[in-house]
Design a binder for this molecule. Structure first.
Ligand code: SF4
Ligand code: SF4
Length: 500
C-alpha cells in the first residue's frame, strides 16, 4: 500500500520485533523488560485529548528520533514507548508544529492545504504512538515494571577455544548439578518475590555445550520450577558452536532452548579472533555448526563481535548471514583485563565506522523481513526506549561455576555468596563493581537526542576509559554516526514493505 502524499498520513509502527532478535551477551533494560508501556490512543483520557500536546523532550526528558527517507517520507521513533510512525511530508510538518505546546485542533487547523479532519486524525495517531506527549501530567501510557528477570548460569570456565577477547581465565571449574539447581531455585524465588512474569536463563561458559547433558538437565529443572511458579521460561545457550552435534540440536529443540552462536567473520577474520588452543581457526567448525543446525530445523541467532581487526570483514559476513535469513546482533569488542595487549581488537573509530557502514550498505541491498532495530548498533538498541543500557543491578543475576553471585558476567572476579535470602535484592543493593546509571544522570547523555536508545553504552566500557560511570560512552562518536544510519535502514525496510 503506497503512502499517499495528498493528505497528512501517519502509519504507526511498533518497533519491538515480535520475531526472535539476535542474542548478544547482555540484556537490555528495554520495554521487553521495562520502560514505558505502549502509549496507544485508548490510553489517552478525554481531558488530555482536548489539552495541549508537545513533542517529547522539548522541555525535559528524552527526545524523539527522526530520519528522512526517499520520496519525502520520514520515520520517527518515540522515546516514550516501543513505537513510532512512518509519515509523509504534510504529517512531518504537522509533527514539527508541536515544537511548542498546542492542541491537536489548533495544529490541524493551521496546516493549510489539507482537510482539517484528516490532520486532526494524524495528530491523534502521533499522540497514540508516543510522538507527542501531553503538556501537563504524565505521558500517555503507563510506567511499566520490568517483566523479565535474567539469570546467567556459567556452567563451566573451560572452553575448547581461546578467543582473543575472552574475559575468562579458563580454569578447570565446572558448575555442579546441585549448584545449578540452587541457582535456578534462587532465581525463580526472586522472580516470584519481585513479581516477574518471565525468567530468561542464559546458559554460558566457557563453552556450555562442554556440559551439554547437565545443561539439558538444568533446563528440565528450570521448566519444572517455571510450571510450579506459573512463570514463563525462556532459555538460551551461548555457544561457539564447534562441538554442536545433531543430537544436541534435537535436545535443544525438544527443550525449547534457543541457540546463539558466535561468528565474527568468514574464514580468516573469524579465525584471528576465535582460534583453538593450538592456534587453528574455528571458522569452518562454526559455519558447519550453523548449517547443520539449519538443516535440522533450528535457526541459530548469531552474536557477532566487531573489533578493529574484524570490521573490514563485515560486508562479506552480512552477505552470508542475510542469504540465510539468520537473526544476528553486532556487538563491539569490550576491553577487559585478559584481552588487553591482543593485536587488532581495540576500537579504532574510523575502522569501526567504515566497516559498519559498509555492512549497512550490504543490508540495504537485501533488506530482511525482520526488523534490525535491535541488531545493528552494539548496546545502543533502537527497538525500544530504555533508561539504562542493560539490566545490571536491576533485573539481572549472574552465577559463576561455584554458584557465587556477580552483577555482570564480565565481573566474575567480584562475586558474593548466594547465601542471601533474596539474591536479587542483594544484587540491587550491592555497591561494589559496575554501577549502571540511567542515561539521564550521565552528563552529555542527558541532552543527547539518542539518549532513549543508546543510554550511554556499556558502563564497564565507560569506566575503563573515563574512571567514572556518569559519563558518555567512549564509543559515543561511533554511536552518533551509526544510529541515524541504522534508523534509516529500518525506514527503507518499512517503505519497501508498504510501497509494495
Ligand atoms: S554515549 Fe553518546 S550517543 Fe550515547 S547517549 Fe551518550 S551522548 Fe548520546
Ligand atoms: S555492564 Fe556492560 S558488559 Fe555488563 S551486562 Fe551491562 S552492557 Fe553488558
Amino acid at each position: 500500500m503506497p503512502i499517499p502524499l495528498s493528505t497528512p498520513f501517519v502509519l504507526p509502527i511498533q518497533t519491538q520485533a515480535i520475531d526472535a532478535q539476535g542474542q548478544c551477551d547482555c540484556d537490555c533494560d528495554c520495554a521487553c523488560t521495562g520502560g514505558l508501556a505502549y502509549a496507544n490512543s485508548e490510553a489517552i483520557t478525554p481531558a488530555q485529548e482536548n489539552g495541549k500536546w508537545v513533542m517529547p523532550g522539548k522541555f525535559a526528558g528524552p527526545r524523539l528520533a527522526q530520519v528522512s527517507l526517499p520520496g519525502e517520507r520520514w520515520l520517527a521513533l518515540s522515546p516514550l514507548a516501543p513505537s513510532g510512525a512512518l509519515m509523509n511530508a504534510p504529517a512531518a510538518r504537522l509533527l514539527e508544529s508541536f515544537a511548542a505546546p498546542r492542541t491537536w485542533r489548533s495544529a490541524a487547523d493551521e496546516l493549510t492545504g489539507f482537510d482539517a479532519e484528516a490532520s486532526l486524525q494524524a495528530a491523534r495517531q502521533m499522540a497514540g504512538c508516543g510522538l507527542l506527549t501531553p503538556q501537563e501530567g504524565a505521558p500517555a501510557g503507563q510506567q511499566a515494571q520490568p517483566q523479565t528477570l535474567s539469570a546467567w548460569l556459567h556452567l563451566t570456565d573451560r572452553c575448547n577455544l581461546r578467543c582473543s577477547y575472552c574475559y575468562l581465565p579458563h580454569q578447570p571449574r565446572d558448575m555442579s548439578l546441585e549448584t545449578g539447581q540452587a541457582a535456578l531455585r534462587a532465581t525463580f524465588a526472586a522472580a516470584q518475590a519481585h513479581g516477574y512474569q518471565n525468567v530468561k536463563v542464559k546458559y554460558a561458559g566457557g563453552e556450555p555445550l562442554l556440559r551439554a547433558e547437565q545443561l539439558f538437565d538444568l533446563q528440565r529443572y528450570a521448566a519444572e520450577l517455571a510450571e510450579q511458579k506459573q512463570i514463563a521460561l525462556q532459555g538460551v545457550v551461548l555457544s561457539n558452536g564447534v562441538s554442536l552435534t545433531p543430537a544436541m540440536v534435537g535436545a535443544l529443540q525438544t527443550l525449547n532452548l534457543r541457540l546463539a552462536i558466535s561468528l565474527d567473520g568468514l574464514g580468516a577474520t573469524h579465525d584471528r579472533q576465535r582460534a583453538f588452543p593450538d592456534g587453528r581457526g574455528s571458522a569452518a567448525k562454526a559455519l558447519g555448526a550453523i548449517e547443520m543446525a539449519l538443516d535440522h530445523g533450528l535457526t541459530p541467532e548469531l552474536s557477532i563481535t566487531v573489533s578493529s581487526g574484524s570490521a573490514s570483514g563485515l560486508p562479506q559476513l552480512m552477505d552470508w548471514v542475510l542469504e540465510r535469513s539468520l537473526p544476528f546482533t553486532l556487538n563491539f569488542y569490550r576491553e577487559n583485563d585478559l584481552s588487553t595487549g591482543q593485536a587488532g581488537l581495540s576500537l579504532d573509530e574510523r575502522a569501526i565506522i567504515e566497516g559498519m557502514l559498509a555492512a549497512y550498505r550490504v543490508i540495504e541491498e537485501r533488506l530482511p523481513r525482520r526488523s534490525l532495530l535491535g541488531s545493528l548498533t552494539d548496546r545502543a538498541n533502537l527497538s525500544a526506549p530504555h533508561s539504562r543500557t542493560c539490566g545490571v543491578g536491576q533485573n539481572y543475576l549472574v552465577f559463576d561455576p561455584q554458584g557465587q553471585l556477580a552483577r555482570c558476567q564480565m565481573q566474575l572476579g567480584q562475586t558474593f555468596p548466594l547465601a542471601a535470602p533474596d539474591p536479587l535484592a542483594a544484587v540491587q543493593a550491592e555497591r561494589r563493581g559496575v554501577q549502571n546509571l540511567p542515561a539521564s544522570s550521565k552528563k552529555g547523555c542527558d541532552d543527547c537526542q539518542w539518549q532513549a536508545w543508546c543510554s550511554g553504552g556499556c558502563p564497564l566500557a565507560t569506566y575503563r576509559v573515563r574512571q567514572r560511570y556518569d559519563a558518555p560512552s567512549p564509543h559515543c562518536n561511533i554511536y552518533q554516526t551509526l544510529l541515524p544510519a541504522a534508523l534509516r535502514l529500518e525506514g527503507l525496510r518499512l517503505l519497501r514493505k508498504y510501497d509494495a
